[in-house]
Design a protein around this ligand. Structure first.
Ligand code: ATP
Length: 245
């Protein structure tokens, strides 16, 4: 028998501004230690799904109106975003959202805001081990390249010592070479730190190569799911998401 998944999203419905129905019964499971990816076209509801999990939906007038979300056996869909971070889920937002007029180290310290232990300095060194080039950038984060800002955003998530990281389009705006580098580091962090990852991507090729399992969303529903290997072989996936039939 399979153990209960770390995260399970059970048939959730999400509404924005009390009227706009955006998720129409979405169910997703993320097993402990795995990388799971959510794929699909613009507007399918991928970011909305992540925000429903992290509690950030509420800051955009969105609400889970049906279904429930469980993390480590506990219901989290009624919790606020800060309590969800404390329970071990950290979201790396789309577009990176680092603080531009702070240094890398100051940004990293922000990621540790829920922690009381004294190992913060040690973890900054761990982040620099994963992203050596951040260590060389001592100026303000606003001067970092797009790739470096993405790395800093992931590093900031690590500082929270999360059990699970939600990543919203880490490849956005990056050159193919950098996408490869960032995905390599995401896999390394998953492997070495055992941090479970839920990854939203437009770049299905990279995402499925990194992930164990994938879900494809269209118009607020999951239309297909399977192991990454199966999805990479699937004719529809090949035609519509992997660029070429
Ligand atoms: P993208 O890659 O474009 O972000 P997505 O699959 O992540 O696509 P969402 O961002 O979740 O899709 O958006 C799903 C739908 O919800 C879209 O129709 C979008 O216009 C709508 N939507 C998103 N955010 C809001 C909001 N704050 N208020 C109202 N509608 C929203």
């Amino acid at each position: 028998t399979n153990p209960a998944p770390l995260l399970s999203v059970n048939n959730i419905e999400v509404v924005y501004d009390d009227v706009i129905l955006v998720l129409r019964g979405v169910s997703i499971e993320v097993p402990q230690g795995q990388i799971v990816t959510l794929l699909g076209p613009n507007g399918a509801g991928k970011s909305t799904t992540l925000k429903a999990i992290s509690g950030l939906l509420k800051t955009e007038d969105g609400e889970v109106t049906r279904g429930e979300i469980q993390f480590m056996g506990e219901r989290i869909d009624r919790k606020n975003a800060e309590d969800i971070v404390r329970s071990g889920i950290f979201q790396v937002m789309e577009g990176r959202r680092i603080i531009e007029d702070m240094t890398c180290i100051e940004n990293l310290r922000l990621g540790a805001f829920t922690r009381r232990d004294r190992q913060v300095q040690q973890d900054i060194e761990m982040v620099f081990d994963y992203f050596p080039r951040l260590k060389e950038r001592t100026g303000l984060a606003g001067y970092l390249s797009g790739g470096e800002q993405q790395m800093l955003a992931i590093g900031r998530a690590l500082m929270a010592r999360p059990k699970m990281i939600l990543l919203d389009e880490p490849s956005m705006g990056l050159s193919p070479l950098l996408v490869k580098e960032v995905f390599g580091i995401i896999e390394k962090i998953n492997r070495e730190q055992g941090i479970t990852m839920l990854l939203v991507e437009q770049n299905a090729n990279f995402a499925l190569r990194a992930a164990d399992y994938g879900y494809i969303m269209e118009s607020g529903k999951v239309v297909l799911d399977g192991s990454s290997q199966d999805l990479l072989q699937n004719e529809d996936v090949k035609q519509f998401y992997l660029g070429g039939g």
